[in-house]
Design a protein around this ligand. Structure first.
Ligand code: F6P
Length: 288
């Protein structure tokens, strides 16, 4: 049995562990697309061993490399990818919502396809959890814990911009965990007057302030310059957590989730389902 694994979209901590687990099972019969669906279209397909999955099993990132691939949405790109996918008995796709759509389309066109939820944003329709979310939240919290002592020394405020594309889950979880003074996880929460009041009060009390801002709402510099017009004497610093969230070594939770996903993937490969969607519910990884 020849199995192909593809990582698509943003890499996420834990992807490497899934690839290693599949490699342990299929050895020379596991192949990997280099750079997601782009690799599938261009025939950049190699034995997984080439990417040294054992070496990277506990590391963040993704050893087989990922890509965002608008070409796969076009009929021409899809047809080329489909031709290569058909050379395998099963194709495993690790990624987010866009990747799930690509996976489904392959299955509808005769390829046995297994999708596994893997994006730090945790925004996959039909799955309570997605691989890497715990690590991403932890990385943000660690950034706050490591930056704030220095902010405290000057009674400064710090705006931490966190990833999450259009999804508020990372921002909300981080704010809750660190006890943020203000949270802007959506456009509706952009209330400069309210935030400025908190900053002014903290400054008067000789203390610092933590503000968590989700990306893609307002550029952090603009956010700070707006706040500055309403605060007196408060120094406000930006800190973009950004790719630290994806580059951080997977947490124990995500390693456990990666192992659970791997088991579900193996089950799905054995089953006679054409399309299997692995998803999390009540802490378990299940197959639909
Ligand atoms: O989808 C995962 C994610 O990390 C988002 O949170 C973020 O908006 C995006 O990817 C960033 O992508 P890139 O690394 O391609 O800039």
């Amino acid at each position: 049995m020849k199995v192909l694994v593809i990582a698509s979209g943003g890499d996420t901590p834990g992807m490497n562990r899934v690839i290693f687990n599949l490699y342990k099972k299929f050895k020379d019969n596991l192949f990997a697309c280099k750079r997601g669906f782009s690799g599938l279209i261009d025939g950049e397909i190699y034995p997984a061993s080439v990417f040294e999955p054992k070496k990277y099993k506990n590391a963040a990132g993704v050893c087989i490399k990922s890509a965002r691939c608008p070409r796969f949405i076009t009929d021409e790109g899809f047809k080329k990818g489909l031709k290569n996918a058909k050379k395998f008995d099963a194709v495993v796709i690790l990624g987010g919502n866009g990747s799930a759509k690509g996976a489904k389309r392959l299955a509808e066109n005769g390829v046995k396809t297994i999708f596994a939820p893997a994006t730090i944003d945790n925004d996959i329709e039909g799955s309570e959890y997605s691989l890497g979310f715990h690590t991403a939240v932890k990385a943000c919290c660690d950034a706050v814990y490591n930056v704030m002592p220095s902010m405290n020394a000057f009674d400064r405020a710090c705006v931490f911009q966190v990833m999450g594309r259009r999804c508020d889950k990372i921002a909300k979880n981080v704010a809750n965990a660190v006890g943020a003074d203000a949270l802007v996880a959506s456009e509706e929460e952009l209330n400069f007057q309210k935030i400025a009041k908190i900053l002014n009060k903290n400054f008067k009390q000789e203390t610092s302030s933590i503000i968590i801002l989700r990306e893609n709402i307002l550029p952090v510099e603009k956010f700070i310059s707006n706040l500055k017009t309403m605060t007196k004497g408060v120094e406000i610093k930006p800190f973009i957590v950004g790719h630290l969230q994806r580059g951080t070594k997977p947490s124990k939770v995500d390693i456990k989730k990666a192992n659970q996903i791997s088991k579900s993937i193996l089950k799905a490969i054995k089953s006679n389902q054409k399309f299997a969607f692995t998803y999390f519910e009540e802490g378990c990884c299940k197959i639909k």
